[in-house]
Ligand binder design. Structure first.
Ligand code: CA
Length: 397
């Protein structure tokens, strides 16, 4: 869901804005809240919902959490090892064997593999163990009032009030994370309104209860609505031939599998790729790390959480739950043949020249590669989009 987006936004915020002087629960918040309640009343939301908003509190801890970088930058290897840890794989297997009928029904209805649904469940709340216990109205009201992304959080607050008006849950039970993400698979209220389903047909879309039925079905419904392609993987690990022209890699350059086969791309066993499915190559740890052929479902998962590492983590966990093996490739100590400091410098220098390479975190992804292509084009160089020590040397001179 937008959980993912939410996190990306939060991370961006942390960089772009210094935290204003400490905000206190004060008259300002109460006045803002009451004004918002009046708006909600005028918009036709239920008396009960409006009343619940009147009891929302300012939560300094939520502001503090929002100002903190969402995730320290971990290497791809660390991220994947934690996403698909033995413990989480075991938890996923337990979930699969605990809810076989439910998961089968969900898969049949929405076309999303049960392992993918369970993998998201594991990543978002450790299979329901950590769903978040902060009152959602207070969280969203605090974030909206605090103001760095007021429009976004006001919209989410309004969506939360609509959920209350619809009677899916009581304000007391409507709890979630410090970002307002709710339930087993951490839906933001706006995603809930569009995608949540009452799968057990008790008249309420209940993603908060211990019973994960509605939450898991809602997750599959969400992915289906975002274009999940039945029967296609999110990605497969592949191998590139020696001397492969890396200029053709990147999310923005899809080709048919059989066309990739023609230029020597194989599966990890060295077998030729077959078929007309469109795939693109991504190199999240450079050409010496794991190389993935990504498909449409990769992009679908990105709508849940925009970070490539998240998508790879969820996707790989789902593969493991489906009985497929670990990632074959090792991880280079120096992705793209550069130290982390050098990769960060490369990003900074491109940014300084007006080529938007993104946050200088040392992880050179699609944005960084697009910036390199733009730089190469502008300088009349061969356009490759490939980060390298030579390129850094050129940028320094
Ligand atoms: Ca229900």
């Amino acid at each position: 869901m937008h959980v993912m987006k939410r996190r990306a936004v939060v991370a961006g915020l942390a960089l772009s804005a210094a935290l204003p002087a400490p905000l206190l629960a004060n008259a300002g918040f109460a006045a803002w809240r009451d004004q918002f309640a009046a708006r909600a009343r005028a918009a036709g939301l239920s008396t009960q919902a409006v009343k619940a908003l009147g009891q929302a509190e300012f939560l300094p801890s939520v502001v503090k959490s929002d100002a903190k970088p969402a995730e320290t930058t971990r290497s791809l290897r660390d991220y994947i090892q934690s996403a698909a840890s033995p413990q989480r794989i075991k938890g996923g297997q337990r979930a699969l064997s605990r809810y076989p009928t439910l998961l089968k029904k969900i898969e049949r209805k929405y076309g999303v593999p049960k392992e993918v649904v369970v993998a998201i469940w594991g990543m978002e709340s450790s299979f329901g163990a950590v769903r978040g216990s902060t009152p959602v109205l207070s969280t969203l009201a605090t974030l909206a009032y605090e103001g760095r992304r007021r429009d976004l959080f006001e919209a989410e607050l309004l969506a939360a009030l609509k959920i209350l008006s619809a009677g899916d849950v009581s304000a007391t039970r409507m709890r979630g994370s410090y970002a307002g993400a709710m339930g087993h698979t951490q839906f933001m209220p706006s995603s809930f309104l569009t995608h949540a389903v009452d799968f057990n047909r008790d008249g309420r879309r209940d993603i908060w209860s211990d019973d994960p039925t509605d939450a898991l079905a809602s997750t599959a419904a969400y992915l289906s609505a975002k274009g999940w392609k039945k029967g296609q993987p999110w990605a497969v690990e592949v191998r590139l031939p020696k001397g492969f022209d890396l200029a053709v890699t990147g999310r923005v350059f899809p080709r048919r599998l059989r066309d990739w086969a023609k230029i020597g791309v194989t599966d990890t066993q060295g077998r030729a790729l077959k078929g007309n499915a469109q795939g693109a190559l991504i190199l999240p740890a450079g050409p010496d790390g794991p190389v993935f052929m990504i498909f449409q479902n990769f992009h679908v998962l990105k709508t849940y959480n925009y970070a490539d590492s998240y998508v790879i983590g969820v996707g790989h966990l789902s593969d493991r739950l489906a009985g497929r093996g670990p990632i074959v490739s090792g991880y280079p100590k120096r992705p793209w043949g550069m130290s982390r400091g050098d990769r960060q410098e490369l990003q900074k220098r491109l940014n300084a020249l007006g080529f938007k390479a993104g946050r200088p975190d040392g992880v050179i992804g699609e944005k960084g590669r697009a910036a390199i292509r733009a730089y190469e084009q502008a300088r009349g160089l061969r356009v490759t989009g490939v980060p390298s020590a030579d390129l850094l040397a050129r940028l320094r001179s």
